[in-house]
Design a protein around this ligand. Structure first.
Ligand SMILES: [Zn+2]
Length: 258
């Protein structure tokens, strides 16, 4: 334990929740895993492509892990070789198609669930509707060793919300998912990646350990605003390799945009 504490002290920016670009781990962002002919928002990856991407990680000696595990490893100064895997929204097809593939490789992942839309669909999107997991299916994921995180209560943009609205989306969602899975819920993912200082504060004050954004402004990089890399149907092994090489540069460029 002593060694762990010393390493943690050597990374004060991690323990104080701010991150430098060099400390940002690679976190993959998925939504659905399904063969979908009509997918204008590019939310789904076909099962065969997903299998190829997971195999690519494994062959590179990389371990796919939930973000809770990744954040613990960062705090212990041992994130090397770990890649975070996340799924937003809670589509049923993730349970059917992604879970077996993750388990085949000994990977875990974090599934960010919209707590007020269980058994519903992605009615917030323009475009095709896909079914979201039921309470029982979310429990099934948790029982299979996947981390359950919150993706808000009703998938609204958090930037600009007042304190009461933030509480309903952030704290209430945490409580209801914790009730559902019978364990504490450590992680949050901002719907649409939309966040401001008040939203980040609400997430921290609600007792979350970390939160995932999408494109994070460089000055906001931190445990409450972890940037993620979109992975889609076109990402074959070659593009995965390029994303791994370039993602910090990509974050830096995106993060400089006003
Ligand atoms: Zn979402």
């Amino acid at each position: 334990m002593r060694g762990v504490q010393e390493q943690a002290q050597a990374m004060p920016s991690v323990t104080s929740a701010r991150l430098r670009l060099g400390e940002v781990p690679m976190i993959l962002m998925y939504h659905g895993v399904a063969d979908e002919a009509e997918d204008p928002n590019h939310l789904c990856v076909a099962p065969a492509r997903f299998a190829e991407q997971m195999t690519w990680l494994k062959r590179r000696g990389l371990q796919g892990v939930s973000i809770g595990t990744l954040v613990d490893a960062m705090r212990a100064g041992r994130p090397r070789g770990l890649v975070g895997i996340t799924f937003d929204d809670g589509y049923v097809n993730v349970l059917k198609a992604a879970l077996p593939e993750l388990r085949r490789h000994g990977f875990t992942a974090t599934m960010f669930i919209v707590s007020g839309r269980l058994s519903g669909s992605n009615e917030w999107d323009e475009g095709p509707r896909w079914p979201l997991m039921s309470a029982g299916q979310v429990r099934e994921l948790a029982a299979a060793g996947m981390e359950i995180g919150s993706h808000s209560s009703s998938h609204v943009r958090l930037a600009g919300l007042d304190a009461d609205q933030l509480k309903a989306q952030v704290a209430d969602s945490k409580a209801s998912l914790a009730d559902l899975v019978g364990a504490s819920v450590r992680g949050f993912a901002y719907p649409y990646g939309s966040m401001d200082a008040a939203a980040r504060l609400a997430v921290r004050d609600a007792g979350y350990n970390y939160a995932c954004a999408v494109e994070t402004p460089l000055r906001e990089l931190g445990i409450m605003a972890l940037p993620r890399v979109y992975v889609g149907q076109n990402d074959d092994a070659r593009r995965m390799a390029a994303k791994r090489l370039l993602f910090k540069g990509y974050i830096a460029v995106k993060g400089r945009r006003p």
